[in-house]
Design a binder for this molecule. Structure first.
Ligand code: PMP
Length: 353
């Protein structure tokens, strides 16, 4: 740390992204990317826009917002797009939470929430999950704080129903409830249908998972027009050109090809079912996932050891060191070929152990 770094930030513990090692070719099941390439129309759109890079991007991102409004059946003024959904989460924390409206989220959830809270000096409370790793919605009913819930949750993959989400939103009319739906397309129920009914609901989603665009950085928020206007105030005060012109065009092209992506999601759901059964055959406890990953442990092998042994053999999964979950590994669901390789490698490791 330099002597110039401010006292205020000197204790900030930054988020640790999943590793992206370059030493060898891995079967990458550690950062919940899609195993499928984007559609041809997306590549074409990127190429066309790349020839106009001397020009700024459209700060209103009308191309992709218009398509989002069509696909999600909402008014375009209810949509904001950002540089990945991490950015819309940051904007929302900045806009809607402070000492008077502190944050509350589960203890075990997406690791970026506490980091963004610290960065923005927002007090926060973490509420432990139940022993079975589910969220007890009663903890959030009338909690009178700014609520953030990943649905499905990460890294557990467990989802709340739309009815449960609605109860939380309806019971906190004076606070924003942020529902982070990064993984919703793999079997969850989206709360987008509730944004006309509740002015305190912000739903965030991403193109990084179901739409094969993690490398393009495109996220979005859907909510009441006034909320979106507030988020735009933050956006225009930080980075009005937050989405580059290739990504704006790529997002619009992806939505025009939505069937391709939703069909890929179906394949992932099928592969997830196969993987869960195969892991259970090998003695794993697997949490019930509605996401493009599973969270699993096996009492016959230490969680970190399994992660390291897999890595040695060219299969990357995500291991977290937090005590409550350190026996588990989060495994992204890829193609059948990748999942077969995972299961073969795990079997081998268990035999040798
Ligand atoms: N929310 C959750 C729960 C996530 O796991 C992720 C991915 N790490 C994100 C949001 C952000 O993803 P992105 O910035 O790529 O949209």
């Amino acid at each position: 740390m330099s002597k110039f770094f401010t006292d205020r930030l000197s204790k900030l513990k930054p988020y640790t992204p999943g590793e992206q090692p370059k030493d060898m070719q891995y079967i990458k099941l550690n950062t919940n990317e899609s195993p499928f390439a984007p559609s041809q129309a997306v590549s074409n759109a990127v190429l066309a826009e790349s020839k106009k890079l001397q020009l700024y991007s459209d700060p209103e991102c009308v191309n992709v917002r218009r398509e989002l409004a069509r696909v999600y059946n909402v008014d375009i003024n209810k949509v904001i797009v950002t540089n990945g959904s991490d950015e819309v989460l940051n904007f929302a924390f900045m806009a809607f939470a402070d000492e008077k409206k502190p944050l509350v989220f589960p203890n075990i959830t997406y690791g970026f929430y506490p980091v963004l809270a610290e960065l923005n000096r927002i007090p926060y409370t973490e509420i432990p999950l139940k022993d079975d790793f589910t969220i007890d919605i009663n903890d959030y009913i009338g909690v009178n704080k700014t609520v953030v819930i990943a649905n499905p949750n990460a890294p557990t993959g467990i989802a709340l129903t739309l009815q449960e989400i609605e109860k939380i939103v309806a019971s906190n009319p004076n606070n924003i409830v942020i529902i982070d739906e990064a993984y919703v397309d793999f079997g969850g129920e989206s709360a987008v249908s509730l944004v006309d009914k509740y002015d305190n609901l912000l739903v965030t989603q991403t193109f990084s998972k179901s739409r094969s665009m993690a490398g393009a950085r495109l996220g979005f928020g859907i909510g009441n027009e006034k909320l979106i206007a507030d988020l735009n105030t933050i956006r225009y005060s930080t980075n009005p050109y937050n989405v580059n012109r290739m990504t704006d065009a790529a997002g619009a092209a992806a939505l025009a090809d939505n069937d391709y992506y939703m069909n890929n999601c179906k394949k992932i759901v099928e592969n997830r079912k196969w993987t869960v059964a195969a892991l259970q055959q090998l003695g794993f406890d697997v949490l019930p996932s509605k996401a493009n990953f599973v969270f699993a442990k096996n009492d016959k092998i230490d969680g970190e050891k399994l992660y390291l042994e897999l890595k040695k053999r060219g299969v990357l999964v995500r291991h977290f060191t937090k005590e409550k979950i350190c026996q588990y590994n989060r495994i992204t669901i890829g193609t059948m070929e990748q999942m077969q390789k995972l299961i073969d490698t795990v079997s081998l490791i268990l035999k040798e152990n």
